[in-house]
Ligand binder design. Sequence first.
Ligand code: PLP
Length: 394
Amino acid sequence: MNFNSEFNNIAENYLFAEVAKRAGGYSAKNPDKKVLKLGIGDVTLPLVPEVVKALHEGAEEMAKAETFKGYGPYEGYEFLRLNIQNYYKQRGVTLALNEIFVSDGAKSDLGNILDIFSKDNRVLVPDPVYPVYVDTNLMAGRKIIYANATKDNGFLPMPDYKTDADIIYICSPNNPTGAAYTVAQLKEWVDYANKKGAIILYDAAYECFISDETLARSIFQVEGARTCAIEFCSFSKTAGFTGTRCGYTIVPAELGKDGFNANKMWLRRQATKFNGVPYIVQKGAAAVFTKQGLKEINENIKYYKTNAETIAKCMDSLGIWYTGGKNSPYIWLKCPDNMGSWQFFDLLLEKAQVVGTPGAGFGKNGEGYFRLTAFGSKEVTKEATERIKTLLTK
Ligand code: PLP
């Protein structure tokens, strides 16, 4: 027996462990000080009533022989896929039902999709980046090429035809930078991918935070995307499903090459390794799309967006450069006075008792930057930004 030695190539989960260690160490030494957390990427508001009602109904159905459900379809129940189809239709994207695959979240599918690609693909990932794209490929022994996301390109790298890539990761609105591509910018990536015979794995987990009409909510709003893209989305941030677990992946019917068809391969993969999302959870997810469900989740999204605005206003008043905050729950800021990410982390913790996430933990281009999130409560966000303002006002 030999273990997969590629695991030696992935970094220890250093970032959040180190953040917790430093914040915990500070609290232990200063028990009288209230530490405010603006570092988490998890939601804090509970599920909305319309979803909870559907979850209860689902549980009741499972309790009766006439309505009990055993194994469901691998690709998800039709009632939920119809709702997702309609959600896309509202922004002009037509999808066939068999192009929609319900999953237990975007993270699982972002990792699992790699089953349908060969090991020798060259993988292009932006830096800084959501670490899942890098680690899942390193585990499978693939080499990674990085696309530099920097202040100069607004943390939105554009294609470079001198670089040959086969699998391209794009996350928009981005975690950690909050930057989001316009439809026109994505068209350049789609053209590049079609020209190179590459595939874009498009992570739209934060699409619900977009209000600017020029920004893309789906890569399938871009002409040509159906021949080069797979899209991953989730109810986690849209409807607070981080602990309930439900997402969806769109694989166009015509996506393929050399006699291989991505849609058929993905269905085959799911049928082999996945037995579907619980019926009760899919009932809850379907309720997100009712008139009342949409009204309720939009109130929650608005709540987080107001927090993002509070943080953005604080940065504006301090003259600190940042991306995100407007069409994203993340604010990615340049550490003041050319401080390093961890230096700024320690300063905020020790002098203002505010915890954020050092940008250096997301890749080399993250050094000197810092991520704050809008997923805290309104009160914590307000107090934390006031403390930051007091600390950094010269
Ligand atoms: N994609 C990005 C960019 C994320 O930041 C996250 C979670 O934080 C996910 C995907 C995971 O989403 P899910 O909860 O659906 O697995």
